[in-house]
Ligand binder design. Structure first.
Ligand code: CO8
Length: 258
């Protein structure tokens, strides 16, 4: 069904692999369309409780497809850009944890794809950057906005305006990635993270992701109101009774998403 990505579900984890290794997994419009389709599928599939996004071969994603972009008019470029934004916004709105397993180059649109995930776990071989200004453009899948929000305005400008490529350790130092691991440990580390989060109360996890994402760009007072509004959902759930009973009875909780 998919030609430019691979998708499989195992033990409630959806694995999305960008699969154009000969082009360093560059995002062309077909990849963007297929990503939109797969994340729409993931959103409504109750069997999928967490997602891991990675790249086939030596790149995570080396950016939007330069060969395709070179031929696009400004109007077509804007349409492609909008596709990218729609995918990344969809990923942020899905109430399930999405982990980027950054196996190699995460450049331009690849760095932006990783930033649209909830967490970035990087292999020691990973490299990050926003090299768009080398090509005469600016980041176009949310990078000018998500990067400064993750690493601060100064460092965001530094990376975007120098086009410098940084290694995984430097990415961790500036807060662009949460963890750096040996290449052979990457997928197991991401799987363990997904399983840890899946063991918690699902409604609480879904609500936490939504409230954090929706509140992040608001002023504190408005953002606090979001938390107050959202709190009642998990607090009135059966899983709240289960979680608190399990604590008091000194046993593991058995959450049901109720
Ligand atoms: N697009 C298209 N093809 C690519 C891309 C890309 N982004 N990256 C690599 N490739 C291709 C190469 O052209 C090459 O193809 P071929 O074998 O046919 O010559 C193949 O992949 C292998 O690449 P290299 O030979 O260059 O491999 P190296 O190991 O020497 O280098 C790098 C790997 C460092 C990743 C290098 O390929 C590179 O610098 N790639 C480009 C990185 C880049 O500039 N990315 C930013 C793109 S712009 C962007 O992402 C904007 C997002 C918003 C778009 C909005 C829509 C309009």
């Amino acid at each position: 069904m998919y030609e430019t990505i691979k998708y499989e579900v195992e033990n409630n984890i959806g694995y999305v692999t960008i699969n154009r290794p000969k082009a360093m997994n560059a995002l062309n419009t077909q990849v963007l369309d297929e990503l939109h389709t797969v994340f729409t599928e993931i959103e409504s599939d109750d069997n999928v409780k967490a997602v891991i996004v990675t790249g086939e071969g030596k790149a995570f994603v080396a950016g939007a497809d330069i060969a395709q972009m070179k031929e696009l008019t400004a109007v077509e470029g804007r349409a492609m850009m909008t596709k990218g934004h729609n995918v990344m916004n969809l990923m942020e709105s899905i109430e399930k944890p999405i982990i980027a397993a950054v196996n190699g180059f995460a450049l331009g649109g690849g760095c932006e794809l990783a930033m649209a995930c909830d967490f970035r776990i990087a292999s020691e071989k990973a490299k990050f950057g926003q090299p768009e200004v080398n090509l005469g453009i600016i980041p176009g899948f949310g990078g000018t906005q998500r990067l400064p929000r993750l690493v601060g305005k100064g460092m965001g400008k530094y990376l975007i305006m120098t086009a410098d490529m940084i290694d995984a350790q430097e990415a961790a130092r500036i807060g662009l990635v949460e963890k750096v691991v040996a290449p052979e440990e990457l997928m197991d580390t991401c799987k363990a993270l997904a399983e840890k989060i899946m063991s918690k109360a699902p409604l609480a996890i879904a609500t936490a992701k939504t409230v954090i994402n929706n509140g992040y760009n608001l002023d504190m007072k408005t953002a606090s109101a979001l938390e107050i509004e959202a709190f009642t959902g998990p607090f009135s759930s059966e899983d709240k009774i289960e979680g608190m009973s399990a604590f008091l009875e000194k046993r593991d909780a058995n959450f049901q998403k109720k």
